[in-house]
Design a protein around this ligand. Structure first.
Ligand code: AMP
Ligand code: MG
Length: 316
């Protein structure tokens, strides 16, 4: 049963306990989870029925708490002074000691951070005192909700609660600006116009498309796609001593290294440990990564999508 609640302190306690809570922002309703808790974040993808893991935006009550998780540069500080709280998301290098779970950032070295202006969101974030990961609170492939009734239609029975916050004002999503490289790049147009950003930090570029011959930000890697350097082999039923094994259930015998996604074959646990596992095995110094079969239900397709991408041949 999903409850509609009015008390921000109650919503904050639910988030801290690893539950999913939808809340209003000035853009659209977000589906929030404790960004430090991989299982809670896996629950977001499960509730939305998203067939893939994409990086989620982390929400904070103020800039100082955001800077605890990412490295701001001068541009980020200037934009935060100008537009926070507000509908601007900044992608910045994550701190080595960030508490945010790897699943939240889809395994990337960057993290998207934002300070929303909606009073209900601010109160919730302040009371929760944790980074809150939140995509829009709709089922995958459907429009973003701007009222608590929309959220109920979308997610009732799949999340713990909706914090009543009235109707959203902006109704479009936040502007996403990538500041992780030397050139600022507009990844998604949104509530803060490009011209307003350029008035503060100067010219902003558009993402380079490989089709147009543009260079990708990091070679061999899509902007929002983490992949290990070692070759990845799927559906493994045997494993060699010079291979690392990503196990799901009782591990195959004979691997040079093993990372267990979930001994109990729990898909939510496996999702929460996926990027950690790929990273750990990528550093094993072995010949490649063999991956045991992962079934198709629930979060299975999202896990398999990411493994397929990790196993796909790379051109750069
Ligand atoms: P949503 O959560 O649905 O509002 O969408 C979040 C947007 O931010 C998507 O367009 C993501 O691709 C983008 N995003 C989030 N984190 C990152 C990141 N670390 N690098 C690049 N884009 C990001
Ligand atoms: Mg969305």
């Amino acid at each position: 049963m999903t409850r509609l609640i009015e008390d921000a302190a109650e919503a904050a306690a639910l988030l801290r306990a690893g539950e999913l809570v939808a809340f209003a922002t000035e853009t659209v309703y977000g589906l929030g989870a404790d960004a430090r808790n991989g299982k809670a974040v896996a629950g977001i993808f499960e509730a939305k029925g998203r067939p893939h893991f994409n990086p989620l935006i982390c929400h904070f009550p103020d800039a100082e708490s955001a800077w605890a998780e990412v490295h701001p540069d001068e541009r980020a500080r200037a934009l935060a002074s100008a537009f926070w709280p507000g509908p601007l998301t900044l992608v910045l290098p994550r701190r080595a000691d960030s508490r945010v779970d790897l699943l939240t950032g889809a395994g990337l070295d960057t993290l998207a951070v934002r300070v929303p202006s909606h009073p209900a969101a601010r109160e919730l974030l302040r009371l929760a005192g944790i980074p809150v990961a939140a995509p829009s609170a709709n089922q995958s492939g459907r429009v973003s909700p701007t009222t608590s009734a929309h959220v109920m239609e979308e997610l009732s029975g799949r999340i713990a609660a909706v914090l009543e916050g009235g109707d959203c004002e902006v109704g479009v999503e936040s502007t996403v600006l990538d500041l992780s490289g030397t050139e600022a790049v507009l990844l998604r147009p949104g509530g803060v116009p490009q011209e307003a950003i350029e008035a503060v930090i100067g010219p902003v570029g558009r993402p380079a498309s490989p089709e147009a011959g543009g260079a990708l930000r990091s070679p061999g890697m899509m902007l929002s796609h983490y992949a290990p350097a070692l070759p990845v082999r799927l559906e493994a039923t045997v494993v060699a001593p010079d291979e690392a094994l990503l196990a799901f259930g009782a591990p195959l015998e004979g691997a040079g290294a093993v990372f267990q996604l979930s001994a109990a074959q729990d898909l939510r646990e496996a999702a929460a440990r996926l990027f950690q596992g790929l990273r750990a095995l990528d550093g094993s110094g072995l010949r490649g990564i063999a991956v045991m079969p992962v079934p198709g239900g629930g979060l299975g397709p999202a896990i398999r999508d990411r493994l397929d991408r990790a196993a796909a041949p790379r051109d750069a």
